[in-house]
Design a protein around this ligand. Structure first.
Ligand SMILES: Nc1ncnc2c1ncn2[C@@H]1O[C@H](COP(=O)(O)OP(=O)(O)OP(=O)(O)O)[C@@H](O)[C@H]1O
Ligand SMILES: [Mg+2]
Length: 234
């Protein structure tokens, strides 16, 4: 479904990604793990159109998308739930959700999509008219995920959705992410919560200093000595 081939991305004088290749197949949950500053967010931002790679290609459903606008990429079926959520803080829960449905086909179906999202996160229904800035951390992340799903994506990419949340909120959010493939939504997930991410993923990649250093089945990586030492503290 998604093929990232040898991309390099540069921020000013800093090269954040070096010949990075990853693949995500339809119906999978693929995890991307790596330390702070490894380049995880840069990779997701390059896929979703914030950055243009200096070399390499990004193909989504056999079409090249590198260098296309973020709006075009959303329209093609990729949604990006960014690190920290980046909500419209002065808008209500409902308004934030509607903002996620700005593409033409998503807008027409927005009522039905909102209903579906409120079933996943009943708390959002209860807080429908509350201003986003006054939500709790967990509620904000639920809203960010809900807004990401409003575009009715085929592939949803998540950047550290569990960051800063209580164990209960993490469980709730991971439960929803785990259910997405059954609803026809493929998942690419960046997580610092490595053990839980590997437990729910089919496959995973390890990104270190802008390069992919390990890849494989998630259960194999969970048993890998290096991963256990470097990322699980075992
Ligand atoms: N807009 C930017 N301008 C300059 N340098 C940047 C920019 N964005 C990221 N970088 C640099 O690129 C490198 C990779 O950053 P990135 O945010 O992709 O890492 P990350 O793996 O997501 O880290 P974290 O786990 O802390 O979120 C870092 O050295 C960072 O300082
Ligand atoms: Mg990041």
């Amino acid at each position: 479904m998604l093929t990232v081939r040898k991309i390099s991305t540069i921020h000013g004088k800093i090269q954040a990604l070096w010949d990075v290749s990853i693949e995500v197949n339809e119906g999978e949950i693929v995890a991307l793990i790596g330390a702070n500053g490894a380049g995880k967010t840069t990779l997701l931002d390059t896929i979703s159109g914030t950055y243009i790679p200096v070399s390499g290609t990004v193909e989504f459903q056999c079409q090249r998308i590198e260098g296309k606008t973020a709006a075009y990429i959303v329209e093609k079926g990729i949604s990006h739930v960014p690190q920290g959520g980046r909500l419209f803080s002065d808008m209500t829960v409902r308004e934030n959700l509607e903002m996620g449905a700005y593409s033409r086909h998503a807008w027409k179906q927005r009522m039905e999509t909102i209903e579906r999202i409120c079933k996943m996160f009943p708390r959002l229904k209860e807080r429908e008219n509350q201003v986003a800035s006054t939500l709790s951390g967990g509620e904000k992340q639920m809203l960010a995920i809900g807004r990401g799903l409003m575009s009715r994506p085929k592939l949803c990419i998540f950047d550290e959705p569990s960051y800063g949340l209580s164990p209960k909120a993490v469980m709730e959010i991971f439960h929803v992410i785990r259910s997405l493939p059954k609803q026809g939504i493929t998942v690419l997930l960046v997580e610092q919560n490595v053990s839980q991410a590997l437990e729910m993923a089919n496959r995973a990649y390890v990104l270190e200093n802008g390069r992919i250093t390990l890849q494989g089945n998630a259960c194999d990586l969970l048993m890998n000595d290096y991963v256990r030492k470097a990322y699980l503290g075992l």
